[in-house]
Write a protein that binds this ligand. Structure first.
Ligand SMILES: *Cc1c(COP(=O)(O)O)cnc(C)c1O
Length: 404
């Protein structure tokens, strides 16, 4: 999970090109900018990289979700289905658009449980947001097929899987819209930033105008004279972010290759243990290898195993206790805690009916997370660090009696 790990001369050179023009804004100032349009160039290269027709840069991954939902016309009272294992941003954006998040279980892919998705569809469902969690693809072919069967569009949350593929096709290009994040812990980073990709020209136009106060971006008119088709908001990306994005994008393939190498080395040590199994990957070749997820037989074994890893300075993430990514730990959602004066949408939703999210709503996910441990995989890893991790794994395996 690089982002912050890799930052160098190329990023500095790109930033300097912007500073030499003094134009930090992505639009207008044609006479001052010496032909430098970093955000526009970043969009073009990003679309090429993932194989999409259009790309729209925005101020964050969360903004990308919000703009995507707006571009699809999502409205108050609509239901949008996502999964109970994701970053809070996914359902925050649904709530921000006035819609109601509905959560599915995840299966051992750690992504959307396809069977549960079918069960959660209602006449009110207006979009489905599967999340390619921890760097690897979901069963996106099956999810898209279910969406098509019911006439419901898919927004792929690809914030954590930039550069990933499924059957050699770029993640983010299967749904009607794909969104990406460039925050400091994502695979490529611009400090803050996000991207929306789509092949649908109308959706792209909606994104382009909505994210910029409704400006219709008529190329024949000066900015102040442009028309408006609808009310928008401001989710723009600035030129400095665009410049950094260009330098980071050029590193993407190399970073994924390095992660794959490190992941393989750690995985080999785990494969020596009898009772360790691995996260199911619908297409292992399309994994960006930002994380290595593995299972112990039960919760006790997982916690004991991790205790040894921690003592050996090589602790893994126990997502069951993570408050930002896993449904039962979202106390503010479960409590309906909102600044909204009326308590909407939790209270006063309609005819006095409250919306309640219950902690035990996703029992199958909970059972999976009991047993799950996850290593973040760095781009840069010294031989010493790798040896520390491997010897910690061997120790944990033998102490637990699970080694072969
Ligand atoms: C990081 C992330 C986001 C939000 O991106 P930001 O750029 O931090 O706003 C959305 N969804 C998922 C799954 C993420 O991990």
């Amino acid at each position: 999970m690089p982002g912050f790990e890799v930052f160098g001369e190329e990023e500095k050179r790109e930033i300097l090109e912007v500073l030499e023009t003094g134009v930090l804004f992505r639009y207008e100032f044609a006479d001052k900018r010496k032909g430098v349009y970093k955000v526009a160039e970043f969009e073009k290269r990003f679309a090429e990289q993932c194989g999409a027709k259009y790309a729209q840069a925005v101020s964050s991954g969360t903004a990308a979700l919000r703009v995507a939902l707006a571009a699809m016309g999502i409205s108050p009272g609509d239901e949008v289905i996502t999964q109970g294992f994701t970053f809070v941003a996914t359902w925050e954006a649904i709530l921000e658009s006035g819609a109601v998040p509905v959560f599915t279980e995840v299966d051992e892919t750690l992504c959307m449980d396809v069977e549960d998705l079918e069960k959660k569809i209602t006449p009110r469902t207006r979009a489905i947001i599967p999340v390619h969690m921890l760097g690897a693809p979901a069963h996106i072919d099956k999810i898209v097929a279910i969406g098509e069967k019911h006439g419901i569009p898919i927004i792929e949350d690809t914030a954590q899987a930039c550069g990933g593929t499924f059957n050699d096709r770029g993640l983010g290009t299967f749904g009607t819209i794909g969104i990406f994040s460039f925050d400091p812990v994502k695979t490529i980073t611009t400090g803050e930033g996000g991207m929306i990709v789509t092949d649908d020209e109308t959706i792209y136009q909606n994104c382009s105008e909505y994210h910029d106060h409704g400006h219709d971006h008529n190329p024949k008119l000066e900015r102040g004279l442009e028309g408006r088709r609808f009310i928008g908001f401001n989710y723009r990306m600035g030129e400095l972010q665009g410049a950094i994005g260009l330098a980071q994008l050029a590193r993407l393939k190399g970073m994924i290759a390095a992660q794959k190498k490190h992941k393989k080395a750690i995985r080999q040590a785990l494969e020596e243990l009898n009772n360790v199994t691995f996260r199911k990957l619908p297409d292992p070749a399309g994994d960006t290898a930002t994380f290595l997820a593995f299972f112990l037989p039960d919760g006790d074994a997982a916690r004991r195993f991790n205790e040894v890893l921690r003592k050996e300075n090589a602790g893994a993430i126990y997502f069951k206790e993570n408050t930002w990514h896993f449904y039962p730990k979202w106390e503010h959602l479960l409590g309906g805690l909102t600044l909204s004066r009326t308590g909407w949408p939790f209270k006063e939703r309609e005819q006095g009916q409250d919306l309640r999210y219950m902690p035990d709503d996703l029992p199958r996910s909970k059972a999976i997370f009991e047993r799950l441990l996850v290593y973040p995989i760095p781009v840069k890893m010294s031989k010493d660090r790798l040896e520390t991790i491997i010897s910690a794994i061997r120790k944990a395996g033998s102490r637990d009696g699970v080694a072969s």
